[in-house]
Design a protein around this ligand. Structure first.
Ligand SMILES: *Cc1c(COP(=O)(O)O)cnc(C)c1O
Length: 231
């Protein structure tokens, strides 16, 4: 494993986040890097945490469970960023700081019921399909506003923001409308629910600088960190 490359990649990503934040008049500290570790074995993730990247994102609950166990000695904060099936929710809930991709009212209400009994339930973001791709999970832009009352009725699970993915194959610039739409939906949903919704989870390796310019507070970055690191 090329540990030097990993360190350089991390440094470069952090600089690019900070520059994008400053360009748009934001405090770089208002953006959290979630290092996406999917498909990278624990021995490649460990040095990243030791370099100070403490927020780690996984897509698949089972892969998450394994890595949480393998890296239990580290002060990592885990994020589930992929689809969560109801039958994997209870176990996952106790292991993560945040669930980014709550993609239906049914799942949200199930998590709310579980959160009522949890000591410290994780925060959740609601996924919106801003690019209207058939293959993507999440609320449509109009349906999330229609569900505002039901969302506001979830009293136990902390709903802290919205999440989106730009369409497959978009570039940094063509992704921008998705991010602008997510921010506007957040503002509308905030007005309708009274929830603070302080987080926007948006931006990946291809488009994170645009996402930061448009208000992302959580960027989910994998390939830009692990490029050239595997043996
Ligand atoms: C894989 C993945 C990422 C990271 O993508 P990269 O292009 O590797 O940075 C971010 N978010 C989600 C939901 C993902 O599945």
């Amino acid at each position: 494993m090329n540990a030097e490359r990993l360190r350089d990649n991390l440094e470069a990503v952090r600089c690019r986040i900070a520059e994008a934040a400053r360009r748009s008049g934001r405090d770089p500290a208002s953006v959290t890097l979630v290092a996406v570790t999917k498909r990278n074995p624990p021995e490649q993730v460990r040095p990243l945490v030791e370099l100070g990247a403490l927020d780690l994102g996984e897509n698949y609950p089972q892969e998450l469970w394994k890595k949480v166990e393998a890296l239990a000695d580290l002060p990592a904060r885990w994020h589930l960023i992929g689809h969560l099936q109801g039958n994997k929710a209870r176990k996952t809930l106790s292991m993560v700081r945040m669930i980014h991709a709550v993609d239906s009212l049914k799942l949200l209400q199930a998590l709310d019921a579980m959160a009522a009994e949890a000591v410290e339930p994780p925060a959740v973001c609601l996924q919106v399909n801003t690019s209207s791709e058939a293959a993507k999970h999440g609320w449509s832009p109009s349906s999330i506003l229609e569900d505002a009352d039901a969302i506001a009725g979830c009293r136990w699970v902390p709903i802290v923001g919205l999440m989106t993915m730009a369409a497959l194959g978009t570039t940094a610039e063509t992704a921008r409308p998705s991010f602008v739409l997510l921010r506007r939906l957040r503002d509308d949903l905030r007005a309708r629910t009274g929830l603070p919704l302080e987080h926007l989870s948006m931006g990946m390796s291809n488009d994170f600088e645009t996402a930061v310019e448009e208000g992302a507070t959580l960027v989910r970055i994998g390939s830009a960190l692990f490029e050239g690191v595997a043996p």
